[in-house]
Every structure is written in C-alpha cells, then in structure tokens.
Design a protein around this ligand. Sequence first.
Ligand code: NAD
Ligand code: ZN
Length: 357
Amino acid sequence: MSYNIPKTQKAAIVESHDAPIHIKDDHPVRQPEELAPGECLIKLDCTGVCHTDLHARKGDWPLPSKLPLIGGHEGVGKIVAIGAHTVSSPVNIGDRVGIKWLADSCLQCEQCRKGLEQSCAKAKLSGYTVDGTFSQYVVSYVSHVTPIPPNLSSEEAASFLCAGVTVYRALKYSKTNPGDWVVIPGAGGGLGHLAVQYATNAFGLRVVAVDTGEEKKKLCLELGAEKWIDFRESKDLVKDIKDAAGGDGPHAALVSAASSSAYEQAVDYLRPGGSLLVVGLPGKAQIGAPIFWTVVKSINIIGSYVGNRQDAREALEIAALGKAKCYLALKPLSALSEVYEGMEQGTVVGRVVLSMT
Ligand code: NAD
Ligand code: ZN
C-alpha cells in the first residue's frame, strides 16, 4: 500500500516563547525516503490540546523545549509510510494509531526494562523535544505509537493518549481500594474529567470533584462525582474536603490542576495512609508538604508521569468499553491561540480537540 504524500502542510509553529503562534500552510512534510529506520509518517485526523502544550508554548517548565516547535501530543491518524530497513515493526502502513507525549525511548535502559520508559534518559517527547501533532503530518516511532481500538472514533480517542493514560496510571498506582474516596482538584479540566470517570467506573472509587464554575460542576456530577466543591467559593477547603469524604478525608488526592495552590493543603485533608498523586505540573513550583504531618499521617507522595505503552492500551480499552468518554469541543487548528487563552483563564471545560483534515 502506498499513499500520495504532499510536499507541504498546515502546521502551528512556536517560533519563540513570546511570539504569537504562527499557522503556516507551507510547512514541509518529511517524505517517506527521508524517514530513518523505526520512524513512521502519520497523516493526522485530529489532536487534543493538553495544558502541557500551553506550558511548552510559554516555556515555563525547567526542561527546555526545542525551538521552533510544533506542539501537540494527543494525535490520532493513519500510518502512511514507515522508514526503510525498519525491523520487527509492531504496526503497519494503513494502521490507525495514536501519538503520545512519549514519542520514543531506548527500550534498553533500566527504566525502559522496568516499564518506566517515560523516564528513560533518551526519551523523545512529542511536541516538546521533537515536533508534535499540531500539523497535518507527523513523524513518530513504530515501537511507541499506540493502536486505536476500532470502535472509538479518532476524536473520541485523541485525549486518552495523554489525559486518559495519565490519570488512569495515577489511579492504578494510588494504593486505593474500591469504595475509597478520591478528591480530584482540577476535575473539570482535560485530565480531571477523565479521572472522575476512571475513578468511578474502573476503580470503584467515590469522587469529590474540586474545580470552579457551574458548567464544570454540572459535568463532574453527570460523570459520576458524588460531591462537588468550588475552590473559589470554599472558605475552608480542608474542612470541606474532609466533610465531603466521610469526615476523615479522602484516601487519595489526584491533583490535576496546573496551579501550585491546588497542592497546598493536600497533606492536611488526606486521611492517614492516604496518597497524594502528583500529576498537575505548575511551572517551577514546590509541593511544600509539612514533614511532621506527612510522617505522622504516613502520607504517600507519588509523582506520576503519563504512562507506558501498556498503560496506554489499558486506558484506551476501558474507553472502548464506554466506561470513560471525552467531553470535547472540536475546533480547527486556527483556533489554537484562543484555546490557550481559554485554558489560561480556566474556561475550557473538558477538552478541545483540533480537526487536522
Ligand atoms: P486543564 O486546563 O484542562 O485543566 C486544569 C483544571 O484545573 C481547570 O479546570 C482549572 O479550572 C482547574 N484548577 C485550576 N486551579 C485549581 C485549583 N486551585 N483547585 C482546583 N482546580 C483548579 O489542564 P489539563 O490539560 O487537564 O492539565 C493539567 C495539568 O496536568 C497541567 O499542568 C499539565 O501540564 C499536567 N499534565 C501532567 C501530566 C503528567 O504526566 N503528570 C500529563 C498531562 C498533563
Ligand atoms: Zn498532555
């Protein structure tokens, strides 16, 4: 099978962290003969916009990104070419696959051997250290792209490749049991609204959703949260969260907000033995947990970074069963700057997915 591949494409380019995003119509497409072994060219149907893309656009993380940069790491599309001399490819031309934050890793080091490939020292990150999915064609790596279950549309699947897999993995390693309470600060956002559904439908947890505004409240309660707290209205967040989670506080807190204030009181409201799942990534912030209470309450502080290839398959499989659905607005690539503005102001409910066709 071979596809007609154009020489140029539409792409959203970050030229520098303070310049406006530049949408180009004539960005070159890497041609099949230019692909290295192990690389594949994917024609994208769509891509989700993650708050991480906004961090990359602003350059507010301690890890430098490439510049100029094409952001994006929740892409779904079809493989249209595979580099010559690629051996043992787990995917074929014509397959529909997803592109995750982790574009590639060495698969040989200790972290890769242990399934912690996202922490490989040679990791390539889509839309950060290599160009990502805010373009019609993207180069990715056969060993790391994720097959998409046939009964999920590309739009439905996109945000599971980052938001979905991230919260699924965080909950998987949360040391909770069915029936336990989890509080989710950031519950109305991209990661958070999927976390509400994995928590209730896959892990049997009871959810206290924390975010702000009527629309996010309605969404979180519809998706299965039992309790809602508006962080802007609460006068005493620790008391409100403890009360909502049966008086003793939740067994876990999955913080999926991009602000450090969402972490501040977690050790105070968590139940003894509880887990703080560190997921949201505000710029250069510190957690600042009180040592005394962290020890005396036996609190687990667990950093959780996206997920490995197996986590991604599991997260998508659960979505394919209808147990988690992305609440999304479909927009054109030209809307990217306004999506970032909305994210900054906290007005994006669920996820925005960009159509790339
Ligand atoms: P988003 O903008 O869609 O959602 C964030 C939500 O947090 C918004 O609904 C906002 O209203 C809410 N919020 C802000 N301040 C809050 C507070 N003090 N308390 C409660 N809620 C608050 O963002 P997203 O795409 O879901 O990403 C969230 C964060 O997770 C970003 O920092 C992103 O970089 C990070 N992230 C981490 C990983 C990982 O591997 N750990 C993976 C993906 C994204
Ligand atoms: Zn992401």
